[in-house]
Design a protein around this ligand. Structure first.
Ligand code: FAD
Length: 492
């Protein structure tokens, strides 16, 4: 990824820099704009909202507390995101946690009445894949030895046949793959329900096995692949703003609260301009959409819809998810890490007052929890969602929370619903993910749903933006992007 970044700086400076309208200031849009500016082009980023970040957006409530769209974890196996932090000089903002995966054991308590956790500890001195294998072998609370062996045998084809096999497994759900490979149901119930919910907010009966194998592959091949970090504060200020500042310093532009309402076409079906919601038009040499796939589908011009490239997008749909914040009047846990809840309604959670320097509080807890699958809950009221979450928390914190109100008190809560978030990675979706180069010579796509090997994630979004920037720069060098007559993008 460092060499890929360097290539933008090493490209011959364009005689006439392209004005590129980048739609969306999420990680894909900001990454694309950053690398276009590194290559000497002029991105104009158009963001519909008044906050940067898209699915990593965050804002302050009336008390000044931050509310986030999602609890976000960075992995060692995110080369392009980690490289981005390095290039922006902000590596110290990633707070790396111990190399462990920690699963709650709901309903089980320690001798002194506290919630029990089961840990997979990756020994620091061993390289991959040995560190992962030792972590799995030493954990005997969740899986028995014979179950581990059966799962290991099931994984053999993935080890032997590599990426080709991983891709072929997209036709199977996690549950179907487990059955086919003779892996006991308990492995699915104990580990993979939690994994599937964390990876794509859905259950193993629906999740494509490719997603799980892709994650396992990275974790087993890279010594620090499964190491996790929390950002030290809200993503818009701690990550997105430095990305924007980088391209602004190189002649780029950022226009907030600029929602595009229509893509206007020339007779040859290339893009003529973008009609904005305020009635203005933005004209550029080239256009990159990083809008989420559901919004992109609605924005597609009629003339593009029959094209097989765009028609395929109908196979992708966003998955609902809910992010919950709960502020308690005292500390609920001392675990400074991501926790897999293994409870029916919740996925992962963390006490952000411990895990995130910017949200630190020595006396109180702020739990951030991902509520998934959220299909049956997305339409319910915040009160219903918080009540259901409290039901789960009584089991997760048996010593700290009590139904009679004698334990920790909930001070306030915030519920953020994203009805259509990342694309739902059900079996068979890989076929529908578009590459960044479209059949339209001045229109490119980025976004975590577009084709790249890091799935729907911050890494996937950042990498997709970089790939789109590269495709555009290459097209500019090849002279295949039709240039506008004026030498600048015009807002008329
Ligand atoms: P987006 O972030 O959706 O950006 C698209 C942008 O386009 C938005 O800013 C939007 O406002 C803008 N836009 C839309 N329509 C228009 C329009 N008409 N005009 C102008 N602008 C427009 N990933 C991880 O790697 N680790 C995690 O732990 C993790 N946890 C998550 C938890 C939750 C609850 C959620 C929702 C996501 C999580 N993700 C995680 C996934 C990650 O957030 C996304 O994959 C990534 O942020 C997507 O970035 P993107 O740029 O592709 O899309």
């Amino acid at each position: 990824s460092a060499a890929f970044s360097q290539a933008f700086l090493d490209m011959p400076r364009p005689e006439r820099p392209l004005k590129v309208a980048v739609i969306g200031a999420g990680l894909a849009g900001l990454s694309c704009a950053k690398y276009l500016s590194d290559a000497g082009h002029k991105p104009v980023v158009l963001e519909a909202r008044d906050v940067l970040g898209g699915k990593v957006a965050a804002w302050q409530d009336k008390d000044g507390d931050w509310v986030e769209t999602g609890l976000h974890i960075f992995f060692g196996a995110y080369p392009n995101v980690n490289q981005m932090f390095t290039e922006l000089g902000i590596r110290d903002r990633l707070q790396w946690k111990s190399h462990s995966m920690i699963f709650a054991m709901p309903g089980q308590q320690t001798a002194d009445g506290f919630q029990r956790f089961s840990r997979f500890e990756f020994p620091a001195l061993l390289p991959a894949p040995l560190n992962g294998l030792v972590a799995i072998l030493l954990n005997n609370e969740m899986l028995t030895f014979p179950e581990k062996i059966q799962f290991g045998i099931g994984l053999l084809p993935a080890i032997l046949f590599g990426q080709k096999y991983v891709e072929e497994c997209d036709s199977l759900t996690v549950s179907q793959w487990m059955k086919k490979q003779g892996v006991p149901d308990r492995v699915n119930d104990e580990v993979f329900i939690a994994m599937a919910k964390a990876l794509n907010f859905i259950d193993p009966e629906n999740l494509s096995m490719t997603v799980v194998l892709t994650a396992l592959n990275r974790f087993l091949q890279e010594t620090h692949g499964s190491k996790m970090a929390f950002l030290d504060g809200p993503p818009p200020t701690r990550l997105c703003q430095p990305m924007a500042d980088h391209m602004l310093a190189r002649g780029g532009e950022l226009r907030m609260e600029q929602r595009i309402s229509e893509i206007l076409l020339n007779d040859d079906k290339t893009v003529k301009g973008l009609k904005m919601q305020d009635g203005s038009t933005v004209v550029a040499d080239a256009y990159v959409s990083t809008m989420p796939v559901d919004i992109l589908k609605l924005a597609l011009p009629e003339a593009w819809r029959p094209m097989p490239y765009f028609e395929k997008l109908n196979g992708l749909n966003g998955v609902p998810v809910i992010n919950i914040h709960m502020w308690f009047d005292r500390k609920l846990t001392t675990v400074d890490h991501l926790l897999f809840s293994r409870s029916p309604l919740l996925s992962v959670y963390a006490d952000m007052s411990l895990t995130c320097k910017g949200y630190r509080d020595d006396d109180k807890s702020m739990l951030e929890l991902v509520f998934a699958p959220a299909k049956d809950w997305i339409g319910k009221s915040d009160e219903d969602i918080i009540e259901a979450t409290m039901g789960e928390l009584y089991r997760l914190f048996p010593n700290e929370l009590s139904k009679d109100g004698s334990g920790a008190k909930l001070l306030k809560s915030a519920v953020v619903k994203t009805p259509l978030s990342v694309y739902e990675a059900t079996a068979g979706r890989e076929l529908y993910r578009p590459v960044q180069t479209t059949p339209v010579s001045n229109f490119f796509l980025a976004g975590c749903f577009t084709k790249q090997k890091y799935l729907a994630s911050m890494e996937g979004a950042t990498f997709s933006g970089k790939l789109a920037a590269r495709a555009l720069c290459d097209a500019a060098i090849a002279g295949t992007v039709p240039l506008q007559k004026e030498s600048s993008a015009v807002a008329a």
